[in-house]
Design a protein around this ligand. Structure first.
Ligand code: FES
Length: 127
Protein backbone atom coordinates (compact mmCIF):
# COMPACT_ATOMS: atom_id res chain seq x y z
CA UNK A 1 0.00 0.00 0.00
CA UNK A 2 2.90 2.40 0.70
CA UNK A 3 5.74 2.92 -1.75
CA UNK A 4 9.39 2.35 -0.77
CA UNK A 5 10.15 6.02 -0.14
CA UNK A 6 7.22 6.38 2.26
CA UNK A 7 8.27 3.24 4.13
CA UNK A 8 11.88 4.47 4.31
CA UNK A 9 10.82 7.82 5.85
CA UNK A 10 8.42 6.05 8.20
CA UNK A 11 11.12 3.66 9.39
CA UNK A 12 13.85 6.34 9.60
CA UNK A 13 12.06 9.63 10.22
CA UNK A 14 14.19 12.76 9.99
CA UNK A 15 14.05 15.67 12.43
CA UNK A 16 11.86 14.02 15.06
CA UNK A 17 11.57 15.61 18.49
CA UNK A 18 11.33 18.96 20.17
CA UNK A 19 13.33 22.18 19.72
CA UNK A 20 13.69 23.55 23.23
CA UNK A 21 14.41 27.12 22.15
CA UNK A 22 11.96 27.21 19.24
CA UNK A 23 11.10 30.59 17.77
CA UNK A 24 7.72 29.28 16.70
CA UNK A 25 5.54 26.24 17.33
CA UNK A 26 2.63 25.17 15.15
CA UNK A 27 -0.06 22.63 15.90
CA UNK A 28 -2.66 20.84 13.90
CA UNK A 29 -5.12 18.02 14.36
CA UNK A 30 -7.21 15.98 11.98
CA UNK A 31 -10.96 15.77 12.51
CA UNK A 32 -10.88 12.78 10.19
CA UNK A 33 -8.80 10.55 12.45
CA UNK A 34 -8.12 12.50 15.66
CA UNK A 35 -4.35 12.53 15.16
CA UNK A 36 -2.22 15.53 16.08
CA UNK A 37 1.00 17.18 14.98
CA UNK A 38 3.40 19.73 16.43
CA UNK A 39 6.09 21.53 14.41
CA UNK A 40 8.96 23.45 16.03
CA UNK A 41 10.94 26.08 14.11
CA UNK A 42 14.19 27.93 14.62
CA UNK A 43 14.07 30.98 12.35
CA UNK A 44 16.95 33.31 11.60
CA UNK A 45 16.76 36.25 9.18
CA UNK A 46 13.36 34.95 7.99
CA UNK A 47 14.89 31.61 7.07
CA UNK A 48 14.11 28.20 8.62
CA UNK A 49 17.34 27.29 10.32
CA UNK A 50 16.06 24.16 12.06
CA UNK A 51 12.84 22.19 12.30
CA UNK A 52 11.51 19.27 14.35
CA UNK A 53 8.19 17.48 14.57
CA UNK A 54 6.23 15.38 17.03
CA UNK A 55 3.12 13.51 16.07
CA UNK A 56 0.57 10.98 17.22
CA UNK A 57 -0.17 10.35 13.55
CA UNK A 58 -0.04 7.21 11.45
CA UNK A 59 2.83 6.00 9.25
CA UNK A 60 1.80 8.29 6.40
CA UNK A 61 1.77 11.28 8.76
CA UNK A 62 5.24 10.39 10.07
CA UNK A 63 6.63 9.95 6.54
CA UNK A 64 5.00 13.22 5.39
CA UNK A 65 6.41 15.15 8.35
CA UNK A 66 9.85 13.69 7.83
CA UNK A 67 9.77 14.66 4.15
CA UNK A 68 8.39 18.12 4.90
CA UNK A 69 11.18 18.89 7.36
CA UNK A 70 13.75 17.99 4.71
CA UNK A 71 11.97 20.12 2.10
CA UNK A 72 11.74 23.32 4.15
CA UNK A 73 15.00 23.40 6.11
CA UNK A 74 16.97 26.39 4.80
CA UNK A 75 14.00 27.95 2.97
CA UNK A 76 12.73 31.45 3.65
CA UNK A 77 9.44 31.47 5.51
CA UNK A 78 7.77 32.93 2.40
CA UNK A 79 8.91 29.97 0.32
CA UNK A 80 8.04 27.50 3.10
CA UNK A 81 4.48 28.86 3.13
CA UNK A 82 4.10 27.89 -0.52
CA UNK A 83 4.65 24.18 0.27
CA UNK A 84 1.37 22.31 0.17
CA UNK A 85 0.39 18.88 1.40
CA UNK A 86 0.20 17.81 -2.24
CA UNK A 87 3.86 18.91 -2.73
CA UNK A 88 4.84 16.72 0.22
CA UNK A 89 2.85 13.75 -1.09
CA UNK A 90 4.41 14.25 -4.55
CA UNK A 91 7.93 14.29 -3.08
CA UNK A 92 7.11 10.99 -1.38
CA UNK A 93 6.14 9.52 -4.73
CA UNK A 94 2.45 9.58 -3.81
CA UNK A 95 0.28 8.39 -0.94
CA UNK A 96 -2.70 6.05 -1.10
CA UNK A 97 -5.90 8.15 -1.63
CA UNK A 98 -7.23 7.22 1.81
CA UNK A 99 -4.03 8.54 3.39
CA UNK A 100 -3.80 11.87 1.56
CA UNK A 101 -5.35 13.74 4.48
CA UNK A 102 -2.43 12.61 6.67
CA UNK A 103 -0.05 14.85 4.75
CA UNK A 104 -2.22 17.86 5.71
CA UNK A 105 -1.14 17.52 9.31
CA UNK A 106 2.48 18.53 8.76
CA UNK A 107 1.95 21.20 6.09
CA UNK A 108 -0.83 22.86 8.08
CA UNK A 109 1.16 22.73 11.34
CA UNK A 110 4.10 24.35 9.53
CA UNK A 111 1.85 27.10 8.21
CA UNK A 112 0.43 27.58 11.71
CA UNK A 113 3.97 27.92 13.16
CA UNK A 114 4.88 30.57 10.57
CA UNK A 115 1.64 32.42 11.25
CA UNK A 116 2.43 32.44 14.99
CA UNK A 117 5.94 33.72 14.25
CA UNK A 118 4.55 36.51 12.08
CA UNK A 119 2.14 37.44 14.85
CA UNK A 120 5.08 37.77 17.24
CA UNK A 121 4.16 34.64 19.21
CA UNK A 122 5.88 31.33 19.80
CA UNK A 123 2.60 29.44 20.33
CA UNK A 124 -0.90 29.94 19.04
CA UNK A 125 -3.79 30.50 21.42
CA UNK A 126 -4.35 26.83 22.21
CA UNK A 127 -0.74 26.01 23.25
FE1 FES B 1 -4.47 10.08 11.16
FE2 FES B 1 -2.98 9.33 9.14
S1 FES B 1 -4.76 8.35 9.87
S2 FES B 1 -2.72 11.04 10.38
Amino acid sequence: MYNEKVVEHFCNPRNVGELLEADAIGENGSFKCGDTMKIYLKIKDDRIEDIRFQTYGCGAAIASSSMLTEMVKGLTIDDALKITNQDVADQLGGLPPLKLHCSNLAADALHNAIENFRNGKVHGESA
